[in-house]
Write a protein that binds this ligand. Structure first.
Ligand code: PBG
Length: 346
């Protein structure tokens, strides 16, 4: 054979690392932490093996465990002691995230991000205050009775399940209360139009001009969030989130979302989920000079675990390959439940 071009030459040990185009480091990874105000003990999350809801007084210990693997950042989610129509526990000074953050920042050096959303704090489980029509249906029981149809009715009659503009103020309050408790960065995930601008203004107003915003900019209405809703108890009690989260069919729309968030002052732009949306990660990376984050979500984690449990996949190998692929697609940061496991391998 007269082959002058032989790509295999570069694949031998010693050389393959020199020419490798993508590297994964523990410093790229952000580990989710669930803090639960309703428990005194750690509760394993069944659909996410290796993850637990921890009580407030163990939040710092949990974060130390993560740091011991080399991971330097966490994102904190809270499960409050009570829920109501507006999600008031989300911005309470003695709320679950606020209490946990004070402990974590006192006792560790880990970079602390908070998820800013209302779905874990509202009794109806939507990511904001309900629009009038949806609230009426919910309050008089029709929403439950007609199940998934309620969102659609509300949509037809008022245009929205959630009142977008009435939610903005509450997100601003939540973000500033997180910053006051020591959050190093806030990450709004409610898919509310204008959320980044509202939060930036609220933070700047109380002199938190240095707290960056990582926006869940391209957040899809995805079935891959299933296990998270068990973990954080944030499933909508009726209807779904398709009137505020993005349609999985759309990619150009993600770029419009990203442009809006950049205009409103976002510092980091996130795409979520990650693996089924690598085309979007890549398009967003091409579009902007801002750092791009990707959220390797609960369902992506759960499905690899389930296959590994059956002996069908090598978990360490597929976890590493998944994160490498997300970086190759253009993500700079990865939020992932595999953070600790993969960091240990690196
Ligand atoms: C809150 C929020 C969700 C996730 C992150 N923040 C749930 C949702 O939007 O339904 C999902 C994370 C995951 O599945 O790992 N809005």
């Amino acid at each position: 054979m007269d082959l002058t071009r032989r790509p295999r030459r570069l694949r031998r040990d010693g050389l393959r690392d020199l020419v490798s185009e993508t590297t994964l480091a523990a410093s790229d990874l952000i580990a989710p932490v669930f803090v639960d105000a309703t428990t005194e003990e750690r509760i394993p999350i069944e659909s996410m093996p290796g993850h637990e809801r921890v009580p407030v007084n163990e939040a710092a210990t949990r974060v130390e465990e993560i740091a011991a693997t080399g991971v330097e950042s966490v994102i904190v989610f809270g499960i409050p002691e009570s829920k109501d129509a507006r999600g008031t526990r989300a911005w309470a000074d003695d709320g679950v995230v606020q209490r946990a953050l004070r402990r974590i920042t006192d006792e560790t050096d880990v970079f602390c991000i908070t998820d800013v959303c209302l779905c874990e704090y509202t009794d109806h489980g939507h990511c904001g205050v309900l629009a009038d029509e949806a609230r009426d249906r919910w309050e008089d029981g029709r929403a439950e009775a007609d199940g998934g149809a309620a969102g659609l009715h509300a949509h037809r009659e008022t245009g929205l399940t959630v009142d977008n503009d009435a939610t903005l103020d509450l997100l601003g309050k939540t973000a500033t209360s997180h910053a006051a408790a020591g959050a190093d960065m806030v990450a709004p995930s409610s898919a509310t139009d204008g959320m980044v601008g509202a939060i930036r203004a609220a933070l700047d107003d109380v002199e938190h001009t240095d707290v960056p915003i990582m926006s869940y900019a391209a957040k899809y209405e995805s079935a891959f969030y299933g296990p998270f809703r068990d973990a954080a108890d944030g499933a909508p009690a009726f209807g779904d989130r398709r009137h505020y989260q993005m349609d999985p069919a759309n990619a150009d729309e993600a770029l419009r979302e990203v442009d809006l968030d950049v205009d409103q002052g976002a510092d980091v732009l996130m795409v979520k989920p990650a693996l089924p949306y690598l085309d979007v990660v890549s398009a967003v990376d091409d579009r902007t000079d801002h750092p791009v984050a990707a959220y390797n979500v609960s369902g992506e984690y759960a499905m690899l675990h389930a296959a590994a449990e059956k002996g069908w996949l090598d978990l360490d190998a597929v976890a590493h390959e998944s994160l490498l692929s997300i970086k190759r697609a253009g993500a700079d940061l990865i939020l992932t439940y595999f953070a600790e496991d993969v960091a240990k391998q690196l």
